[in-house]
Design a protein around this ligand. Structure first.
Ligand SMILES: Nc1ncnc2c1ncn2[C@@H]1O[C@H](COP(=O)(O)OP(=O)(O)OP(=O)(O)O)[C@@H](O)[C@H]1O
Length: 658
């Protein structure tokens, strides 16, 4: 059967034989995948292959003398530990290949290297080619990589998630209607149409997608940009045999349409195993077998390892290649299998493909053009869609915002009632006002700062994954998250001041109230910026907390109310430059006491021999505050806000580059 592909700008018309897995009873469509038949995967299909492609049909992945090592610290030195040892292989278009082997054999490491997703601590030597060309950054766009762990914004629905991802991933020239069509088609293929409006949900939540649906959604996300090659890291882990079979069936059908799909897989059931067309067995970082799945049993039989009829071949291969640490005989047997494979006809067959790919790559010196037609979304489009995504999360997840707002209102009420009926024009009132102001500063500092310290890193793994796959930059992510949190950082202090200010009998002028709102809002924003900076500077929240708590205490003690600014020890003098608590306390005090005269020294409840503060300037003077500092305090807070955000961004960028 031949498949006709459409001519596109810069794309060649191709005829691709529809491949089968050599299995006559190839899997039928189940109810969920019925759409596949009509979706274009088994009929006329538009595919984009590069002009220079030597094979001109799909993607051939070839690797030669590939060695992968990781850096490990030994006795304070960094040494390289070899994980993949000089392996060679190839996968042709239309292959659905399973990488199997015992735990720790090197499956994930091999696939990470082949997919160009290696970590910074990995060193990859040797050649990896896509249609004869060395792999490079373009793999981010050309390939899909389905990670083992499903990471989503759990409060989004399936459709919202796909819509956002389509706007981040797809060519900006593609219209919204086309994107919607594409999304609907993919969801239909993967049997997710019925849960389009379902919230994805987090692990442990009763409402939300099932494990199998989440896996399919991860797969659907990777299919959005129609990559000709897909890498899937243990796509069936955690799924029941039915869901696993359903997912691999879909992969099988996609591979039949010309895609190259490579999966690492653990103990597949016989039904699932049968769906793979190619098998790569890895043992001790070497290849124990590579070739058609159907021939693997024969290869092992020739070496004297016969699969008992009661055994699933997949289990048998893994068992044969597993090496218990105390078993020297197994080690020798596995070495023999790998050595025998290296000189077998199967290895020679692979070698022919690899050599052909090298030859074709050399013969086609034209520049790589695959992405030349692709126009990435503008940065501001990405910013919009990311802000939209995080805003949805903030609005829907009560733990992020709404519960916090409720809690702040209760605290504001408590503070207001504690200082209810304060008369600022008495000596007792002076103390009460300063106490209330300290509560304003503390409540707008500590609570928002610690809540953001815990909440901001929640999405860091998702960010790192999407950033490394080339979806967006660190700056766009950072700004979008701050934008999404910003309304809360304005509403929270506003509500707090609105409730606590009028109850606690502070100065009743519109100017004083508005300035208090402004300063409380600034205080909240500086504190959260500081929290974000600490959360990005450290790998874990407990570590960040361990450094932030002492830092806070120093700032609180030197805020102006507990120790006079002039008497702060030299050792702590630096705090005056970073203490927004001091700027905030001073500015709020100035607003309350500026121009106040005739504070009563005889309010009956105090000892008249004690010193009296007769007016506002005297009160300010008591704490070493000065009326002239108001503008300066506000600008200092704005400056700190910018500096903390800048440092927070740089820390995140450093983590993203690691
Ligand atoms: N960064 C690292 N530092 C030290 N050793 C590592 C590192 N990464 C991987 N390894 C080791 O390399 C070997 C192969 O790891 P890999 O994750 O590729 O195995 P795997 O076959 O995918 O295992 P599993 O099936 O259990 O996931 C393991 O022994 C692992 O401990």
């Amino acid at each position: 059967m031949l498949k006709k592909l459409k001519i596109d700008d810069g794309i060649i018309e191709e005829l691709i034989p529809l491949q089968t897995n050599g299995n006559d009873d190839s899997p039928g469509c189940d109810a969920d995948t019925d759409g596949l038949e009509n979706s274009g995967y088994t009929q006329t299909k538009c595919r984009s292959y590069s002009r220079w492609s030597p094979l001109e049909e799909g993607v051939t992945l070839a690797w030669n003398d590939l060695t992968v090592s990781v850096k490990v610290p030994v006795n304070r030195k960094v040494v390289f530990k070899q994980i993949i040892n000089n392996v060679t292989g190839a996968l042709k278009p239309g292959s659905l290949a399973a990488i199997m082997g015992a735990s720790g054999a090197g499956k994930s490491t091999l696939m990470t290297a082949l997919g160009y997703r290696q970590r910074a601590d990995m060193q990859v030597e040797g050649d990896i080619l896509i249609n004869g060309r060395p792999i490079g950054d373009y793999m981010k766009y050309m390939s899909g990589y389905m990670p083992q762990e499903d990471l989503f914004v759990s409060s989004l629905t399936v459709l919202e998630h796909m819509n956002i991802m389509a706007h981040l991933k797809l060519d900006r020239k593609i219209s919204s209607a086309e994107k919607q069509n594409k999304i609907k088609m993919i969801l239909k293929q993967l049997g997710l149409t019925k849960c389009m409006q379902t919230k994805i949900g987090a692990l442990g939540q009763s409402k939300g997608l099932s494990g199998g649906e989440k896996k399919r959604l991860t797969f659907a996300t990777e299919l959005l940009n129609d990559p000709p090659i897909l890498f899937c890291d243990e796509p069936t882990t955690g799924l029941d045999s039915f869901s696993a079979q359903k997912l691999v069936k879909i992969m099988n059908r996609m591979s039949m349409a010309g895609r190259t799909i490579l999966c690492t897989i653990h103990q597949p059931s016989s039904e699932v195993f049968e769906l793979f067309t190619q098998l790569i067995l890895v043992a001790e970082g070497r290849i124990a077998y590579m070739g058609s799945r159907a021939n693997a049993t024969e290869f092992f039989e020739k070496l004297g390892f016969e699969c008992p009829s009661s055994y699933s071949p997949a289990d048998f291969f893994i068992k044969t290649l597993a090496i218990p640490c105390y078993e020297t005989n197994s080690k020798i047997a596995v070495k023999r299998i790998c050595d025998q494979f290296a000189v077998s006809d199967y290895a020679k067959e692979v070698d022919v493909v690899v050599q052909y790919e090298f030859h074709m790559g050399r013969a086609q010196p034209r520049e790589f053009e695959l992405r030349s037609q692709f126009k990435e979304p503008f940065w501001w489009q990405k910013l919009y869609w990311l802000t939209y995504r995080w805003s949805k999360e903030v609005l829907r997840d009560p733990s992020i915002q709404s519960l916090r707002i409720l809690q702040r209102m209760v605290i504001a009420l408590t503070v207001g009632l504690a200082y209810y009926g304060t008369d600022p024009m008495t000596q007792m009132g002076v103390q009460a006002v300063e106490g209330a102001l300290f509560m304003f500063v503390a409540e707008n500092t500590f609570y928002p700062m610690y809540s953001v310290l815990a909440a901001f890193p929640d999405n860091t793994p998702l960010f790192l994954r999407e950033h490394r796959s080339g979806l967006y930059g660190t700056a766009v992510y950072y700004i979008s998250r701050v934008f999404a949190l910003l309304p809360g950082f304005i509403i929270e202090p506003l509500l707090f001041v609105l409730i606590a200010y009028w109850l606690s009998g502070l100065r009743r002028t519109p100017y004083a109230f508005c300035m208090t709102v402004l300063i409380a809002t600034l205080t909240t924003n500086v504190a959260t910026a500081c929290g974000i900076m600490f959360s990005n500077a450290f790998e874990s929240v407990p570590t960040a907390m361990a450094y932030l708590v002492p830092f806070d205490y120093v700032l609180m003690v030197t805020s102006g109310l507990f120790v006079k600014r002039g008497t702060v020890p030299v050792l702590m003098a630096w705090t005056r430059y970073v203490s927004w608590l001091m700027y905030s306390t001073e500015s709020l005090s100035i607003i309350q006491w500026e121009g106040v005269k005739n504070i009563s020294c005889h309010d009956g409840s105090r000892n008249d021999t004690l010193p009296c503060l007769p007016d506002g300037p005297s009160v300010l003077d008591k704490y070493s505050f000065s009326e002239d500092n108001l503008a300066c305090d506000i600008w200092n807070m704005v400056f700190l806000l910018i500096v903390f955000h800048l440092l927070g961004y740089l820390c995140l960028r450093r983590r993203a580059r690691k």
